[in-house]
Write a protein that binds this ligand. Structure first.
Ligand SMILES: Nc1ncnc2c1ncn2[C@@H]1O[C@H](COP(=O)(O)OP(=O)(O)OP(=O)(O)O)[C@@H](O)[C@H]1O
Ligand SMILES: [Mg+2]
Length: 234
């Protein structure tokens, strides 16, 4: 579904991604694990098109989208939940969800009800201002808003950052269920070992803008072994 070949990206003259190649099948959930500053956000921004690739190609379902703007990629089924969530703080939670439906033009009560089935915690919060929700609630809202556009490929940037363990577990369960029920393809960048292991079928390690290989599947259940691949501690 997603094929990335020799992707390079820079901020001005400073190169950050140095030839990333990866291939992700439809319905697969791939985790990318890496320390601070290794290029995780830069990679997702390049995949979504908010940062231009300086070299290399990105194909989605056979279409070369390397030069496509983010809105064109969204039309093709890509959605991005940025690090820090970026919900609209002065809009209600409900209006935040409606913004996610602008693309599909389905901002009706039924589709919002259907969406909320996967996010029961949001149901009593719909009238609240986005900015008044807790960090975990905002993360759930950002995720629900991204799903409101009915994407087929979801890019997630550190959804556990600054969030309490009970909501982290809830987000992991929601993502695993969406992946299994809707065949949603997920690219998740994270530093949280337990979360990435519980959501991803495959985990790749990013180091200084390069993919340093895949963690063998049998090691995903052992956090102390996993931590040795990156030096990220559980
Ligand atoms: N807008 C920018 N301008 C210049 N350099 C940047 C910019 N954004 C990121 N960088 C640099 O690019 C490198 C990779 O940053 P990136 O944000 O992709 O890392 P990350 O893996 O997402 O880190 P974190 O875990 O802290 O979110 C870092 O050295 C960072 O300082
Ligand atoms: Mg980041």
């Amino acid at each position: 579904m997603l094929s990335v070949v020799n992707l390079h990206a820079s901020y001005g003259l400073i190169p950050v991604l140095h030839g990333i190649s990866l291939s992700i099948a439809q319905g697969e959930s791939v985790g990318i694990l890496g320390h601070n500053g290794m290029g995780k956000t830069t990679l997702l921004r390049s995949l979504m098109g908010s940062l231009r690739a300086s070299q290399g190609t990105v194909h989605l379902n056979g279409t070369d989208i390397t030069r496509y703007a983010p809105h064109a990629r969204a039309k093709l089924g890509m959605a991005y939940v940025p690090q820090g969530r970026e919900i609209f703080p002065t809009l209600s939670a409900m209006d935040n969800l409606r913004m996610g439906m602008v693309k599909t033009g389905q901002a009706d009560v039924q589709s919002i009800d259907a969406l909320l089935e996967d996010f029961p915690r949001l149901k009593p919060l719909l009238d609240r201002m986005g900015g008044s929700l807790s960090g975990g609630e905002q993360q759930l809202l950002a995720l629900a808003r991204a799903l409101a556009g009915k994407p087929t490929l979801l890019l997630l940037d550190e959804p556990t950052e600054g969030i309490q363990p009970s909501i982290i577990e809830e987000i992991a369960e929601t993502l695993a269920s969406l992946r299994d029920r809707m065949k949603l393809t997920i690219v998740l960048v994270e530093q949280n070992l337990e979360f990435i292991a519980s959501v991803s079928q495959r985990v790749l390690v990013i180091k200084r803008g390069q993919l340093g290989g895949e963690i063998p599947r049998e090691h995903l259940s052992d956090l102390s072994v996993m931590s040795q691949y990156t030096g990220v501690h559980s």
